[in-house]
Design a protein around this ligand. Structure first.
Ligand code: 0O2
Length: 261
């Protein structure tokens, strides 16, 4: 048997020995039962995280496929980068406390929609919506909630498209519907959000009010730049000759042997 570092682990303790140690150490029965329940809770929490990890793998594949298909059709990548993350236990606890519900697996599944999160960064604003529509058109993807902070930015200037979707994850003994939070935004919006995020989690910044005001101004400039870049791209594309059928065929032939990303 190998340990977590991949080394041979001859010192592993067998379940029989552990059970014996447990009943010797924790008689009477109540302590034994409590200890076992605690261990079960830890195992179930870890298993729940594994389910969310699998959901992240599935949804990442969906975006990879959309990106590859779009690239084949339009000769450019709508997605600049994709990042996934599992919400930290501490942040899950903070969210449950905010909602005033006790920490339990049931409450995590019911109330915390962003245990699994994926952030998709696009070059242009229209790509954000194209990618969102293409995801939601898939018949195994169910939209649970949509917040369009691009059409309706937050008062601080935050812009991003947020979707909570539910997707099926298939296991050996059946399938489970799992919620994932999808944040889709442009490179410029992401640049802004990362700096603002740093400020949000720092306390005692002496100039907080003026920094917030300047950040808000930057958000407006960035939104304007995003719109201008889109319009410039459209003008450049309009000036390009429309590809002939032969152009498309030979371009696709050229790409046939390229490795699929
Ligand atoms: P973290 O550390 O990123 O995970 P909810 O109770 O879930 O309905 P919530 O959480 O406010 O309300 O939902 P919302 O508005 O959709 O925001 C979810 C996530 O979007 C946040 O997660 C942030 O990642 C991001 N976000 C929202 N507003 C802002 C903002 O003003 N600035 C920045 N930089 N990011 C924002 P968490 O859980 O707050 O934090």
């Amino acid at each position: 048997m190998k340990n977590l570092f991949g080394d041979d682990d001859d010192g592993i303790i067998s379940p029989e020995v552990l059970t014996e140690m447990l009943s010797e150490a924790f008689a009477p029965d109540e302590l034994y039962r409590q200890t076992k329940n605690m261990m079960w809770s830890m195992v179930q929490y870890k298993e729940m995280q594994m389910v969310y990890e699998c959901a992240l793998k599935e949804i990442r594949t969906k975006f990879d496929v959309l990106n590859t298909e779009f690239e084949l059709q339009h000769k450019r990548n709508p997605i600049a980068s994709v990042n996934t993350r599992l919400k930290r236990t501490q942040s899950i606890a903070a969210k449950l406390i905010k909602y005033r519900v006790p920490f339990s697996l049931e409450n995590i599944e019911k109330h915390v929609n962003d245990v699994a999160g994926i952030r998709v960064i696009c070059s242009y604003i229209d790509d954000v919506y194209k990618i969102a529509d293409a995801l939601l058109a898939q018949d195994d993807v169910t939209l649970v909630e949509k917040k369009d902070y691009i059409a309706n930015p937050k008062p601080n200037g935050y812009r991003s498209l947020h979707l909570i979707v539910s997707i099926p994850v298939f296991f050996a003994d059946g399938k489970k519907e799992v919620k994932v939070e999808v944040q889709i935004r442009t490179i410029a919006m992401d640049f802004w959000a990362s700096l603002e995020h740093r400020m949000r989690y720092k306390h005692n910044i002496p100039e907080q009010a003026s920094i917030s005001a300047e950040l808000k101004q930057c958000a407006e400039v960035i939104a304007d730049t995003d719109k201008k870049m889109l319009s410039l791209r459209d003008r450049i594309e309009a000036a390009e000759d429309a590809p002939t059928e032969e152009d498309i065929l030979f371009e696709k032939l050229r790409r046939l042997d390229m490795p699929i990303k």
